[in-house]
Design a protein around this ligand. Structure first.
Ligand code: RB5
Length: 149
């Protein structure tokens, strides 16, 4: 299951991404927001990040105006590796290298066509499993354990 959330700045693009997930038959849970009224992005980053952190969701997608605030907030939750991607190269690389478990992007940055390509690339690229990448991910977890999570 894919957990998905947005703020008002990402609402219209989320609706477009939901259509893509439905067409592909990909199971998802929408954590809001549910219209374009002004809200605070951490309120939507948190439940999506928690769903990924606990394993309730396999992966997450977060969208705000830029993708920045919502990814910063998600990355405060233990075990979350949220990657802000505005291109397909980054979406592929972050799965292969970082085993990112949340994809973030911004409605004011990427158009709907590119956003769907980014989602498709990210969802369909496996982690490489390369020991050097795993070692670096383990070091991220060690930072997390040492400082604040
Ligand atoms: C909301 O206006 C905007 O600040 C938010 O969507 C996001 O871009 C924050 O990083």
């Amino acid at each position: 299951m894919i957990a998905i959330g947005c703020d008002h700045g990402g609402y219209a693009l989320k609706v477009h991404v939901l259509k893509y997930l439905q067409e592909k038959g990909i199971e998802y849970k929408d954590y809001g927001c549910y219209d374009a009224s002004s809200v605070d992005y951490p309120d939507f980053a948190l439940p999506v990040a928690e769903a990924v952190s606990t394993g309730e969701a396999e992966k997450g997608i977060l969208i705000c105006g830029t993708g920045i605030g919502i990814s910063i907030a998600a990355n405060k939750v233990k075990g979350v590796r949220a990657a802000l991607c505005s291109d397909c190269f980054s979406a592929q690389a972050t799965r292969e290298h970082n085993d990112s478990n949340i994809l973030a992007f911004g409605e004011r940055v990427v158009g709907p066509g590119l956003a769907v390509k980014i989602v498709d690339t990210w969802l369909n690229t496996p982690f490489s499993g390369d020991p050097r990448h795993q070692r670096r991910i383990d070091k991220i977890s060690a930072i997390e354990d040492k400082y604040f999570k």
